[in-house]
Design a protein around this ligand. Sequence first.
Ligand SMILES: Nc1nc2c(ncn2[C@@H]2O[C@H](COP(=O)(O)OP(=O)(O)OP(=O)(O)O)[C@@H](O)[C@H]2O)c(=O)[nH]1
Length: 387
Amino acid sequence: MTVITELIDPRTFLLVANLLGMFCALVLWVQARSFPEDIKGLRDWALAVVLIGCASGLASMRGIIPDYLAIVAASAALLLGQFLLIVGLQRYAGQQPKWRPALDGIGAVVILIVWLTYGSHHYQGRIFIMSLAHIGLFSAGAVLAWHARPTGLGSRFLCAFFVLGVAVAVWRITTLSTALDQADEIFDRNLIQQVYLGMFSLGVLGLSVGFILLANERLHAELEFMATRDPMTGAFNRRAFFAQAAVEWARSMRTQRPLAAITSDIDFFKKVNDQHGHHVGDLVIKDFTVRAAQMLRLPDVLARFGGEEFVILLPDTGMVEAKNVAERIRREIETHRDKALPAYTVSLGLSVAQGDVGQAADIEALIAEADAALYRAKQRGRNRVET
Ligand SMILES: Nc1nc2c(ncn2[C@@H]2O[C@H](COP(=O)(O)OP(=O)(O)OP(=O)(O)O)[C@@H](O)[C@H]2O)c(=O)[nH]1
């Protein structure tokens, strides 16, 4: 351990870590400009990294510049920077940050630091207070990171670095009680001092990488959603439907298991629009999506083909079962009315391919058959299921 602490020159280490931190801030800032508006928090993180970099820059000039800069201003910048990490995560999660209590708390800590520096000259007290503040802020960060969506590598990576920050701060406090003779010397070449310094310079790099990963994962999820979903209802779009239908068709032909398709169309939907307005028409379409989806199983695929027309694919489902599903949807729409919406009904057409003895030549033909059945349902009075 002594070899390591002798090998690393703390000032050089801080300088290099700060430079890397500035590069991370630049990446975060560029992401903030180019990512969709709803991925929030990147700007706060860019500013946070700059503030933390300034804090360790000021601290590294201890002895060269006055203590009110190297200790007081550095502590204030460090706490503000760490608080901005929390603000960024809250904004990312769509929460409103609570500035007032946090800024009051940081102000109180800074006043204590001033007193411990110039009044009581209590180095251990200063470290104790700062470590407590780090524990509070990093714990909040760990909780927010753990719940950040999507829960992938970025969220876990971030959480791990916040927990590491808490662990280092706790360790710092425990070593204070056993080594009361520690000097007020930031570049002490003892292990805990260097770990502590490393945490606030290299740690912020780890956190930045974690947040960049997290934001990229969110971007990827959003792009995938946009490419495969209908924006109004969240149901699959035509393209995503056919991609999944091709897989299910091939599986059905191979295993000779049945594959069912249901097409559905809201009855007299033009009237809904004309009598209640387009906005209510949209709400009816969304209502249908939610309630139809509730009637389906996990492998079933619900897609909006346009307007008030939906197609449902039911893998491994024969005629009797598929008819039950279609009837369940029809009855659900007819009977359980959302009081805020006008009453409406739906007609459904159904067709089934029975493995290689199915009549339909391909998935398009299967849907055309279901469409023909839907046409008959409309002809025969609507609010019914035809096969
Ligand atoms: N509000 C809303 N209306 C839509 C949307 N897409 C299509 N429409 C309207 O849906 C109506 C569809 O009406 P039609 O298909 O002619 O028939 P219908 O009134 O539903 O009658 P039937 O299908 O014969 O029972 C049209 O007036 C379209 O303008 C949409 O996204 N939102």
